[in-house]
Design a protein around this ligand. Structure first.
Ligand code: COA
Length: 163
């Protein structure tokens, strides 16, 4: 099937060096991440999700295990009515290569992550104007929570989504 898309999930340690570096490059291309310590943060993720199209990396995402202070700060900034402590996992680092956008790959990545999480509660943040990401999260049962808030570098407005 020429256009078949395969989505897989694995622990960071399961990726070889070439695959790991390709994942890292995709996350970097997505921007909106702090470059310092990114490689180690990816190694500390719970699960890495990868989509391949015709055998080539087309999109990535991850299930992260955020520390308590960070998680608490997100829920506080969003003034979310949810208890941050109920959400031990965060989805993030979604990026789909420009030539593969609009094919439903981000939805497949989110769905794969949810399949790995089962009933574990999870949150995600997204730029407040990132309509495709909002739709992908909504398709997996995420709902926005609280109010939009400014990123730490004050460059973007962010929205909290919970599931
Ligand atoms: C955001 C991103 C991951 C979306 O990936 P994608 O694979 O192209 O998205 P999909 O094809 O799965 O589309 C998801 C939904 O958004 C819709 N959509 C796609 N482009 C859209 C647009 N420009 N405006 C509004 N909706 C759009 C799709 O129709 C689909 O919704 P539907 O199935 O309900 O119709 C991709 O654009 C990207 O990598 N952007 C740069 C990095 C980024 O913003 N990452 C998110 C960080 S939280």
């Amino acid at each position: 099937m020429p256009n078949s898309i395969e989505v897989t999930a694995c622990e960071p340690s399961q990726l070889g060096a070439v695959e790991f570096n390709a994942f890292l490059r995709f996350v970097q291309e997505g921007g909106e991440v702090t470059a310092v310590g990114l490689e180690q943060r990816i190694r500390n993720a719970a699960v890495l999700i990868r989509a391949e199209r015709q055998g080539t990396l087309a999109g990535v995402g991850a299930i992260k295990a955020p520390n308590k202070a960070y998680r608490d700060s997100i829920f506080a900034k969003a003034e979310s009515p949810h208890a941050a402590a109920d959400f031990e996992r965060e989805l993030g680092w979604f990026f789909v290569s420009s030539e593969c956008r609009g094919l439903g790959i981000s939805k497949l990545l989110v769905a794969k992550a949810i399949g790995c999480l089962g009933q574990t509660r999870v949150y995600a943040t997204s730029r407040a104007d990132n309509a495709p990401m909002h739709r992908s999260l909504a398709s997996a049962g995420f709902e926005s929570s609280g109010r939009d808030f400014l990123s730490d570098d004050k460059k973007r407005r962010l929205r909290l989504f919970c599931r």
